[in-house]
Design a protein around this ligand. Sequence first.
Ligand SMILES: [Zn+2]
Length: 419
Amino acid sequence: MPEKIFAIKGDIIFTETNKQFSTYLQSFLVIKDGIVEGIYKILPEKFNGISVSDKGHALILPGFIDLHTHAAQFNQLGMGMDYKLIDWLSSYTFKEEERFSSEKYAEKIYRAFAEELINCGTTSAVIFSTIHKNSCDILCRILQEKKIPAYVGKVNMDVNCPSFLCENTAESLQETEEFINKWKDNLLIKPIITPRFAPTSSREQLKGLGDLAVKYNLPVQSHLAENKAEIAWVNELFPECGAYYKVYEQYNLYGQTKTLMAHCIHLTDAEIKHLAKIDVMPVHCPDSNMNLTSGIMPARKMLNEGINIGLGSDIGAGHELFMPNVMVRAIQSSKIYNMQHNEYKPLSLAEVFYMATKGCGKFFDNRGSLENGYQADFLVIDLPEYKQNASLEERLAYFVYSGEKKYIKECYANGKKIS
Ligand SMILES: [Zn+2]
């Protein structure tokens, strides 16, 4: 097959490290077979004749990565925000998720969700669906159609949940294995083991899911230490474990294969130090944490321990998919944390931009940057003409803080235009 090579010219910006931005004014981003080949101020002769698309002073930056989001909660955005976690689940979320027993409803909402991801410049995501296997397949099919690289989890829950969402344990594990076998060899959409959270799984289900993670070498995602009442409940349900994370750990769901844990707000210092040593990435979901009055993740404390933190929209507890808004919330909540704990300085824009791109991208191996060899997932952003006198970093800051989805003119994943 002949190689496909092309270049995009514009003002390129990304974060190689979380310390600062790398900027390339009026430069060429060369893409070969879906991979970043290089960035050049002047296009070398060897590229004579390749197609070049000049975007003027548009910003070119990596696509955003959302490491924690619930596709099945897309139709409940903004609802139930006066509740805290447990009441929010029972008053709104479980009822909404039950609707995904209908494939027709799943088709409608999951299509709208996937389209909104692209509108928001999110070029890959790690997603919770619901317990319903057929609807999960529909979500995977739609993401594939839209060319959005993703991990998708069929949710498992077999205790402490309403009867209409409560699975039979053996059937739940069997359907999960069928779902795994259907998607594990797909190049774009991958399965991920997804117990909702410790309280809604029996020991038997957790053991079965951990066994599947190890058997197929699959990643795991769940929730950890989001809310104090939740932690007390877990300690009551699993007194033999002695700590929330140990429930996952003892069933091979905590770092035995690569693992994402959303929230991690109320971990002890010892638990944070432990986290730094294993293959578990905490996912910061500040929008959700504010909405459900859950608390503020001690992100600076984790960074000080060398932990790589991911970022997630966590809709519908978060109320929007647009990652720049999640980034701003992460900075603002770190400022509140700083006002309470002076020794932990707030997060910088470069740090949260890194989280939403290269930091999250580590879960996918080589996404989230525009360095050579990375998958060419990028956005072309056209800001109003009057912003053009600002520096490249200032224009990026404007986009993150005050930008709108409408400024995203083009969206690429794996070097292919998906918008
Ligand atoms: Zn969540």
